[in-house]
Design a protein around this ligand. Structure first.
Ligand code: PXL
Length: 278
């Protein structure tokens, strides 16, 4: 087991089981020190039936926090970013990548901004451009198909074949020279694949498909991937653990109709810890 210091930069959605409220407990449960840099505070996430949410942009704090951390000699083994909030933050985040990552540390970018063919509320082309730029700085990127289409200017399709996915993966590899992990690839109604492209090779992990989708599952997947990967597991092994954990979180939620806004990821944490064999 290797205990690492990981910084995650994403919003705090006070209610909604996504972003920091998912990343902090999951990466901590994976037995790493988890530091946070909140990009914005929202009363809830921006999806589903939530409307009228508050949004407080914390961009202006980034340079001050970075300066303080630099003075204190603080640095990180990995920096993992998710939903940020404004395009303006992207330059600050790149600056943090350059100054606070330890030698040999990893930059992991989940360009969380869209799903099911549409951008999340409040985002525009400038934000997509910013996420593409952030992905170009990463060692590992974790887009879903919608995010991949937006960043590569590929028309989004509901159904597709392997050729379409290969094209998407190859265009993502032109943006990010590191590892590409494309989530939510499905050729039928029974299975979902996570496709990994690394050093010119493609691998994938197939898990069962569940009819219902939930906000924040991308964050559950990325956080558990980061937690597993930072223990020194290979990308495919970390993807397997993250996929199986995410499926279990969804299964543990599906019977509760009132719980539409996120997954009960907490209930599957013991299982995640068992999978990690800590
Ligand atoms: O990554 C999901 C997410 C995170 N943060 C906010 C969101 C969403 C998805 O809708 O709205 C604020």
């Amino acid at each position: 087991m290797s205990y690492k210091r990981i910084l995650t930069i994403q919003d705090i959605s006070c209610v909604g089981q996504c972003s920091i409220t998912v990343a902090l407990p999951i990466i901590s449960a994976c037995a790493h020190e988890t530091c946070i840099l909140p990009s914005a505070v929202l009363s809830t996430h921006t999806g589903g039936s939530f409307s009228g949410f508050t949004f407080n942009d914390l961009s202006e704090d980034f340079p001050k926090i970075k300066e303080h951390w630099l003075k204190q000699g603080i640095s990180f083994d990995a920096i993992y970013t998710g939903y940020l909030g404004t395009a303006k933050q992207i330059d600050y985040v790149c600056d943090i990548f350059g100054s606070l990552k330890r030698d040999g540390g990893k930059i992991i970018v989940d360009p969380a901004m869209a799903d099911n063919g549409v951008l999340y509320t409040g985002f525009d082309d400038e934000y997509v451009e910013g996420m593409r730029y952030l992905c170009s700085k990463a060692d590992i990127i974790l887009p879903n198909i919608t995010e991949a289409c937006l960043m590569t200017e590929t028309p989004y399709k509901e159904s597709y074949g392997k050729e379409y996915i290969d094209g998407l993966v190859s265009k993502l590899a032109d943006i990010c020279s590191g590892t590409v992990i494309l989530t939510g690839v499905s050729y039928n109604d029974r299975e979902v694949n996570v496709v990994i492209a690394e050093n010119g090779e493609q691998k994938s992990y197939t898990h069962r498909k569940i009819s219902k989708s939930y906000h924040g599952t991308g964050d559950v997947f990325s956080s558990s991937f980061v937690g597993a990967f930072m223990h020194g597991l290979g990308v495919l092994d970390a993807v397997k653990i993250a996929s199986d954990y995410t499926v279990e979180c969804i299964e543990n939620t599906i019977d509760d109709e009132a719980h539409w806004y996120g997954t009960k990821f907490e209930t599957a944490i013991p299982s995640l810890i068992r999978m990690l064999e800590l």
